[in-house]
Design a binder for this molecule. Sequence first.
Ligand code: GDP
Length: 534
Amino acid sequence: MLDRADNQPALPPEIGRRRTFAIISHPDAGKTTLTEKFLLYGGAIQMAGQVRAKGEARRTRSDFMKMEQDRGISVSASAMSFEFDRWWFNLVDTPGHSDFSEDTYRTLTAVDAAIMVIDGAKGVESQTRKLFEVCRMRDLPILTFCNKMDRESRDTFEIIDEIQELLALDVAPASWPIGMGREFLGCYDMINDRLELMDRADRNVKAASIEMKGLDDPLLDEKIPPHLLEKLREDVEMARELLPRFDAQAFHDGSMTPIWFGSAINSFGVRELMAGIGNYGPPPQVRPAEPRQVSADESKVSGFVFKVQANMDPKHRDRVAFLRLCSGHFTRGMKLHHVRTKKPMAVSNPVMFLASEREIAEDAWAGDIIGIPNHGQLRIGDALTEGEDLRFTGIPSFAPELLQSVRAADPMKAKHLDKALTQFAEEGAAKLFKPMIGSGWIVGVVGALQFEVLASRIELEYGLPVRFEPSQFTSARWIAGPKDKLEAFMKVNKGHMAEDHDGDPVYLTRLQWDIDRVERDFPELRLTATKEMH
Ligand code: GDP
């Protein structure tokens, strides 16, 4: 992660109090429940539970959404903002299913930190690990929440060891659980020397905390049965000896994670976690861009699109582009410079996702996520600025791992199919390749389930039944190099050549051997499996 120089002045207060983060977890670990409790503590809604209730109401609207529900996956992502204490939180939802890794990757480019939620009985599961690897590529600071301590869980040291070993990450306990399962009473706050007790009677009550003067405070004897207290004292002593202390710099560098223990469903441990995000940050970070990096406190507005979501309202063909503001103070109605097309763009009806309702944003600061309704002008990777030609880097497009050709069941509807596919390509839901020879399209995805998702969306949103069929190709590489060499190559490899939806040349391959051959015979050309969005 890029750092502001030490001698830089502090960020303006509105920017400095912003915390933009995502939750990474394995399905079922408690991400939704924790989100609800964030909102409960954030005071954004009266009753926790609305996130899910609203989600389900939305899901019943269509078969496609039903498919999401059947498979227990969440396809539509969003961003939510809420205030807690003196901080302003922007929580960006990560799509949960492993098939959507590219989307998830891009979501993680929009945040400054991530919360890793693990299930105390299961530890670090496969999806968590994958998502963590993505965070590591950017050295994102990670805060860990070990959930479901009200159930039989693993031993605390064992959980910590597992994280250290599997993820090669130092773990500093911010709290220590007292008992577990039926005996779980709460936590000892290792940072503030406080006792936090859980109230099982009311799950929506905000936990009570009791000030302590260290582990010898006689108050502990009053509150904790002797066998649990003895274990707590032993454990904490051992933890202080064996485990590293929290180090803010190591956390910022992504090499250490503080861990809190709790039970999201009982609203327990959530407030301490939120205070942790607030206190340790980080605030909006410096973003890599060309020709220069961008610091959050610059007075001019800039931001990039990391996600495009179509048909949030099925009656309209409108899309919402999600923009991460990287600098400045945005106010509604501002005319911004759309760097890719070099055209001005008046942002007159930006949407902020405050709690569970969309609201028109009157203003927003670096770190915030705003939704910009548009008719397709905004694409993933696009930058908006106050005039400067900036390109935010590190928002890649990955080569698809599965390719299929697609046809409309009714050949008269080919034009409609073009339109539908273009839309999904712009949303980033699939890669679209137009072969140089022949008609039709080849669609590329990262996970097989995406073909099904696409087929049902095309049918639902465009009334167009389609068939995906195996293609002779198995992979694709972007190809670049000197113009004459590239043209010569394309001439003799017409059968393998296609254009992606940006018009960039792509080499479709059948075997790894094809790639090796090009690399051997055309050393001036570069084949790449990722492309920076532009
Ligand atoms: P997600 O798939 O990660 O979003 O997980 P959910 O938030 O939907 O939670 C999965 C299941 O675990 C649900 O049945 C929750 O009620 C349950 N759950 C969540 N947090 C806790 C907790 O702290 N303790 C217990 N016992 N169950 C929990």
